[in-house]
Design a protein. Structure first.
Length: 130
């Protein structure tokens, strides 16, 4: 992800097309969302609470964060009865997770449903070491 992220920043700065083909981009997004349990580590909710993230676009996907005894666990795919659902475009997702898009900017572009507190926490996710 580090190489892809920096390569993308250079491509953006020089006006070159990005490495956005599914074979490159999907694994990067899949790795970035692995930061969600860490983002939610202090977030309280009843067991079995589900927060769903949907990233739209060719390289996107669906992930469910489920509160279990001892913490939050991340699963691929959708889960029924999500307490909160956040939908982001793939461009906004990678930029949010790498601090190229602020939480405030992302909140204007994201579609958030359900529990506002839990949906907002998704937008606090940072997947790179700063």
């Amino acid at each position: 992800t580090e190489r892809w992220h920096h390569q993308q920043q250079i491509r953006d700065a020089t006006g070159k097309p990005g490495l956005k083909e599914r074979r490159f981009f999907a694994p990067v997004l899949e790795t970035f969302v692995r930061a969600l349990p860490h983002t939610f580590r202090e977030e309280t909710a009843p067991e079995s609470t589900v927060v769903e993230l949907i990233v739209t676009g060719e390289a996107g996907g669906k992930w469910s964060l489920v509160k279990e005894k001892g913490g939050w666990k991340l699963f691929s795919g959708s889960a029924h009865g999500a307490a909160a659902r956040v939908t982001l475009g793939q461009e906004d997702a990678w930029r949010l997770f790498t601090r190229g898009l602020s939480r405030e900017q992302a909140s204007k572009r994201a579609q958030c449903e359900g529990d506002d507190r839990l949906a907002a926490r998704v937008l606090d996710t940072v997947s790179v070491i700063a």
